[in-house]
Design a protein around this ligand. Structure first.
Ligand code: FCX
Length: 440
């Protein structure tokens, strides 16, 4: 069956033709006005960048090349004996816009796993970091270090043609995704276990990336955990282009920094508490609640706990969203995963996630600040990892990071296919905004 590169070769002329048509026939048309509120308000709603693999609708959530999450779950291949869509299949789909056949998904999985070993110098860099360093900082360093072997950077230096940029960009992107899983496992073993000694199993080339990650950190025997990691990674891949991690990959990549440097920068954004770090914060919040209220509590007590958090000036982590105005379908998919497994559904932490979903939207609505009182993906993800024994919440955002590489870098490849220019939007001083607004 064809490789992902061969499928992309077919698609390249179509995508380039569409961009040429957009520029030629519609280049001067207006897509909307920009208000002062948008300029001072984080750019919400400004239609500003191209992003092909996914589009986020505020009411119904994310669609990947037009398909909703349940539709993707329906069509994307799973692991043998598994039920959850494989992240590798999702990555192929994000890159090509085509659902892979079982044979394509298997071949792609083998290609990725075949790339997942780390160069010795990266292992050394990771092993030399202090155990006290946050795992996301270690992740940033590990991914950035991969740039040493970047085929894109080498090709650029050697003078490759612009039309060919996407080819080494794809090579590096596949390497970056595959090696991110191994970097994540190495960070975990260095920080929370006995380092990367001979007890860490070698990569099993016949298995998928999620299994190997789970196996290397000591969870290979847990069918539930491995399936969760597959679902978790497939769901977090892409959430259109404007979120901090995706946008950063795109922005840094527009300077023709290679995929490793671009994604490493994105991980720095993912490590922020208003973005990916929220899943760590959610678990902290629920554990604090459990400490104070016990394993079960009445709705009234939970509501009181939420108010106490809000009144102390903190946000309720896992709730609210810059774009979504309904419960996040990624949250719903993870929640269904938990509800569908008896042992998870009975876990007190998971039950609190469910109870928060019942009562927190009402409290947040009464509080009256957030535009979206519903849960986002981070509201459920940590509780599931915790259930299976991944109790180090500082590590949770790293699993988000292995996943987001697939979305950010799928678009990175498309950016190079399309030959998009360096990003350089206009900024204005407050005085300039005032002067323009007074004239408007
Ligand atoms: N709890 C309390 N207050 C909240 C809130 C929450 N969960 N969500 C938003 N608000 C507040 C904001 O802090 C803001 O207050 P301010 O006017 O005093 O600054 C006000 O409501 C309006 O914010 P809003 O426009 O609704 O939201 P933004 O687009 O500015 O921010 C995030 C969106 C996601 C950052 C915000 O809802 C938040 O802080 N949520 C908690 C953290 C979180 O879960 N982040 C993960 C998001 C996502 F899924 C991801 O990237 O991983």
């Amino acid at each position: 069956c064809p490789t992902v590169k061969e499928v992309l070769e077919e698609i390249v002329p179509e995508r380039r033709a569409l961009l040429a048509q957009l520029k030629k026939e519609h280049g001067s048309k207006t897509l909307g006005n920009v208000t002062v509120e948008q300029v001072v308000g984080g750019g919400r709603g400004i239609k500003y960048m191209l992003w092909d693999p996914s589009v986020l609708d505020s009411e119904e959530g994310i669609r990947f090349w037009g398909r909703s999450i349940p539709e993707c779950q329906e069509v994307l291949p799973t692991a043998p004996g598994g039920k959850e869509m494989l992240p590798e299949a999702m990555f192929w789909y994000l890159l090509t816009g085509r659902v892979p056949t079982d044979a394509e998904a298997k071949q792609f999985q083998e290609e990725l796993v075949g790339r997942s070993e780390l160069p010795a110098y990266v292992e050394k860099v990771l092993d030399s970091l202090p155990k006290t360093l946050h795992p996301m900082t270690q992740f940033v360093i590990g991914v950035a270090a991969l740039n040493h072997d970047s085929k894109f950077a080498a090709g650029y230096t050697a003078g490759m043609k612009k039309a060919d940029y996407w080819i080494p960009a794809l090579e590096d992107s596949l390497d970056c995704v595959a090696k991110s899983f191994t970097i994540a496992a190495r960070i975990y073993n260095n920080k929370y276990r006995n380092g990367n000694d001979s007890s860490v199993p070698a990569i099993d080339k016949s298995k998928d990336l999620s299994f190997n990650f789970a196996n290397q950190i000591g969870f290979g025997d847990s069918e539930g955990f491995v399936e969760l990691i597959r679902l978790y990674n497939a769901l977090h891949t892409d959430h259109e282009g404007g979120n901090v991690s995706a946008h950063t990959t795109h922005l840094v990549g527009s300077a023709l920094s290679d995929p490793f440097l671009s994604y490493s920068a994105a991980l720095g954004g993912l490590a922020g508490p208003l973005h990916g770090l929220a899943n760590q914060e959610v678990l902290r919040f629920i554990i604090d609640m459990q400490k104070e209220l016990g394993d079960t509590a009445s709705d009234e007590k939970v509501v009181e706990f939420i108010w106490k958090t809000l009144n102390s000036g903190r946000v309720i982590p896992g709730y609210g969203h810059a774009v979504l105005r309904k419960p996040d379908p990624r949250f719903m998919a993870l929640q269904q995963f938990g509800v569908g497994r008896k042992e998870v559904a009975q876990d007190p932490i998971f039950k609190y996630v469910d109870q928060l979903y019942k009562v927190a939207p009402g409290v947040l609505t009464e509080h009256g600040k957030t535009k979206n009182p519903f849960p986002n993906v981070d509201a459920a993800s940590g509780s599931l990892l915790y259930h299976y024994g991944l109790t180090k919440f500082e590590f949770y955002t790293v699993t988000f990071g292995t996943s987001r590489a697939m979305g950010g870098l799928a678009q990175y490849v498309h950016d190079r296919i399309l030959g998009l220019p360096i990003e350089r939007p206009k900024s204005l001083s407050m005085e300039a905004v005032l002067a323009l607004a007074q004239k408007a």
